[in-house]
Design a protein around this ligand. Structure first.
Ligand SMILES: *Cc1c(COP(=O)(O)O)cnc(C)c1O
Length: 374
């Protein structure tokens, strides 16, 4: 079977190591996973009972239009229903945007240390990529990106992905920076800026942009969000995009009609109503981040202030070895060598007890591994 070069050279997405597998491989009884930016609270009880109630109907196909969910979200965000598309996680929407708005010879643009799905989906669609290099501050180079578009108008360029806050760094772009990029790219015939806000609800920065206003102001701006992170629905797969109705219409034509399963629809509906859960998730996260900052400071490990639910830090040691030693002690984290950060570790925020477990294990490993110089 002939397979294209793009597919043959695809490096598959590497998810965080599952808990059960880690227990088996390392002969452990207690394992804490802080590797996939999951919500440590577990699902909301309201979500669980909504799913229970819906179970007897799973022999039916789901509502292909996500009618009730669209109504609810539309009311909540003040956005017209024809500007919303739900997906099987926002990951599916990333894939769809590229498939719908790019063709062979097009190019998708992104930062070099950003969510890896942009690159994988582009390559799978046989579409070229251009990566903007990040500076030493490990922030997306907003002015570099703006300057590129202010001075270049290459018809190959079709879609720019900006993860804001960015995964895996946790850094964010402020309103001014995003506005400059929107201005530099507006009025182009075939160009789109995707503001991927998977961590939107965790942001504390006062100058974080209002993406919904930007979608209203600029036809070429698309906002993506997920219910997998702050709402704790990662396993049931649901995310959404907000965009100009014309763009949504094209996505609807291409998507699988039943891309959002019936349990995901009722789960999301219940989750959107559970403000207490949302607030608890935010408070848990912010307290956890502040705890990590204090601990990392006292250990003199450099880290980046995060607007998301994880923190990226420099272990000053070989990150692969560091991760391996932590695994032996029952802590799963994410090494970052794949992003060109051979000493960095991405640590998700857990429950208070899990965060304490993590710092204890990290301290133990700091003592057994030699420090590396720059
Ligand atoms: C987690 C994440 C997503 C996708 O989440 P889904 O589970 O597919 O909804 C998208 N973008 C970024 C930056 C993420 O970190």
């Amino acid at each position: 079977m002939k397979v294209s070069e793009e597919i043959r050279s695809l490096i598959p997405y590497k998810p965080g190591k599952p808990i059960e597998e880690t227990k088996r491989d390392y002969n452990l009884t207690e394992v804490v996973k802080l590797a996939s930016n999951e919500n440590p609270l577990g699902p909301s009880p309201k979500v669980l009972s909504a799913i229970q109630e819906a179970l007897p109907e799973i022999h039916r196909y789901p509502d292909a239009s996500c009618f009730q969910l669209s109504e609810k979200l539309s009311g909540k965000l003040g956005i017209d229903k024809n500007q919303i598309v739900f997906g099987n996680g926002s990951n599916e929407l990333i894939d769809l945007v590229i498939r719908v708005f790019c063709e062979p010879g097009s190019r998708v643009l992104m930062s070099d240390k950003s969510f890896i799905a942009y690159k994988i989906c582009a390559q799978a669609a046989r579409v070229e990529t251009k990566e903007f290099a990040m500076g030493n501050d490990l922030k997306i180079d907003a002015s570099g990106i703006a300057e590129y578009f202010e001075t270049t108008n290459d018809p190959k360029d079709r879609v720019l992905f900006i993860a804001n806050p960015n995964n895996p760094t946790g850094s964010y772009m402020g309103n001014e920076e995003i506005l400059r990029i929107c201005e530099a790219t507006k009025g182009r015939d075939n160009f789109m800026v995707i503001l991927d806000e998977a961590y939107n609800e965790f942001v504390r920065a006062p100058d974080y942009p209002d993406a919904l206003e930007l979608v209203k102001k600029y036809k070429h701006v698309v906002n993506m969000r997920t219910m997998g992170k702050v709402y704790g629905l990662a396993g049931i797969r649901i995310g959404y995009m907000i965009a100009h109705p014309e763009h949504c219409d094209y996505i609807h034509r291409v998507r699988n009609p039943f891309n959002v399963n019936s349990l995901a629809q009722v789960a999301a509906l219940a989750a959107l109503d559970d403000q207490d859960y949302l607030q608890k998730a935010q408070q848990t996260n912010w307290a956890g981040l502040d705890y990590f900052y204090n601990e990392l400071e006292s250990l003199r490990l450099p880290f980046i202030r995060s607007e998301a639910n994880f923190v990226l830090f420099d272990s000053r040691r070989n990150g692969g070895q560091f991760t391996e030693e932590l695994l032996k002690k029952g802590l799963i984290v994410r090494p970052m060598a794949g992003y060109g950060l051979p000493r960095h570790i991405r640590l998700s925020v857990g429950l208070e007890s899990e965060n304490q477990f993590a710092m204890k294990r990290i301290k133990e490993v700091l003592d057994i591994l030699p420090e590396e110089s720059h």
